[in-house]
Design a protein. Sequence first.
Length: 215
Amino acid sequence: MSAEKGIAIAIDGPAASGKSSVARRVAQELGFVFVNSGAMYRAFAWQVLQAGKDANDEVSVLELLHSTQFECGEKDGVGTVFVNGVDPGEQLTSDQVNATVSAIATYPEVRERLVAAQRAYREHCNVVMEGRDIGSVVFSDTPYKYYIDASPEVREQRRKAQGIVDSIADRDRQDSTRKASPLVAAEGAVVVDSSDLSLEEVVAVVLRGIRKHLA
Ligand code: CDP
């Protein structure tokens, strides 16, 4: 990592493993910017739906990608994403987006475009970024890599408790089996099984590791 760049903390894991809550808290504790890379894939999935495109039609999706502008920024320490000047807001977690996002995330060109936007954060700030390929691809050079897991049963329960209809098993399958940057625990990542841990306990494990390294 070059001296001018910020510090990147990579937090990966499957759907509803708790990685978002952990990453948000870790970022607050350290005063780093929290970025949910999944929101970028969701924003583009929303755009695909808005345009009435079939997410499984790669040619048509890529055509749309070429005419889409992403503006990724930060507000109050949290990453923001605008698509063609619009903030999709709550639409990012709609049932339709949940059902579509993993299909568009399989396309290498979509990933290249969004990975570049993700890497740009470290050019001007310290960042805690969560996703599926942050430790393995986006910031593969960072020494701070965490993989937050939980059993499928616990993850289904957590999502239900949020009152969200989500096809976790489908997304897990698509995310883990795709050719481009599949979901994996990056080499050297600290794997934390959060099935029987509270949010506080997981945050403590992650912070302990980072502080030991930073000291
Ligand atoms: O809902 P959850 O927090 O599990 O997922 P998310 O982080 O919002 O990501 C939604 C979807 O975007 C994932 O299921 C992946 O298909 C895709 N994604 C990805 O491919 N790579 C990332 N770095 C982040 C998300």
